[in-house]
Design a protein around this ligand. Structure first.
Ligand code: PRP
Length: 218
């Protein structure tokens, strides 16, 4: 049995064409079903639906043979669970967005940086944020949140946020502006190293088909 871990939403939707390239059709729509294990047209392939942040854990611990997650999720996971062994063969070039620093439109970020102000920064991505501000030589107080980061500066909880930006619509709707581009983000395929050895004959063609299709989309 091959088990693929995906999270609902953009990752699931944008991974579908990649596994279809390997002849795999998922038999249920996760938006219509409450099932967490989805069958496919191939009796030995199944998809498990997990939280995006749990994909690396499922794959590293062998709960899934492979999975798809954002580079952001992978970086945060590796900072917290450095002993987890994950093979990361492919940048799938899907679910693209960027990690940015944003502030309220009327906040003079450049001046705050110039005068060495100690900023309060709200984020879910504390490891990436800490590393970024450290390279700039800035002291920041990080406030860990689990979502709706855009709200924090609006109600005075923080001066700035570090968050994913895709269309920019969420920032715009909340009168925030991007002031730093930390890095480009895309989804990565991660594979359990033991699975890759033990199930190579079954896994390798799947990985090859996904990589070829990802390359064709990019
Ligand atoms: C992400 C991110 C932003 C939003 C950006 O949140 O945290 O809030 O998308 O997208 P945009 O630039 O296209 O507006 P998501 O909806 O994934 O939910 P989350 O807060 O649970 O991460």
């Amino acid at each position: 049995m091959i088990t693929l871990a995906l999270s609902k939403g953009r990752i699931f939707e944008e991974t579908l064409p990649l596994i279809q390239a390997a002849g795999i059709e998922v038999s249920e729509d996760p938006e219509r079903s409450r099932k967490l294990i989805l069958g496919t047209n191939m009796p030995d392939v199944r998809v498990v639906l997990v939280r995006a942040t749990d994909v690396p854990t499922y794959v590293a611990q062998g709960g899934a043979d492979l999975g798809v997650c954002g580079l952001d999720t992978l970086i945060e996971h590796q900072a917290e669970s450095a002993s987890d062994d994950l093979f990361q063969p492919i940048d799938l070039d899907i679910a693209k967005c960027r990690m940015s620093v944003a502030v309220p439109a009327d906040f003079d970020y450049a001046q705050a940086v110039r005068r060495g102000a100690r900023l309060k920064v709200a984020t879910k991505y504390t490891h990436m944020a800490r590393a970024f501000f450290a390279t700039k030589g800035m002291h920041v107080d990080l406030i860990k949140l689990y979502g709706s980061m855009e709200l924090a500066p609006l109600i005075g909880l923080a001066d700035a946020i570090v968050d994913l930006v895709s269309t920019g619509n969420t920032l715009k709707a909340n009168r925030l502006v991007e002031v730093e581009h930390i890095m480009d983000i895309s989804a990565r395929l991660v594979v359990n190293p033991a699975s890759l050895k033990l199930k190579c004959a079954r896994l390798q063609p799947l990985l090859d088909a996904m990589a070829a299709k990802a390359g064709a989309i990019a």
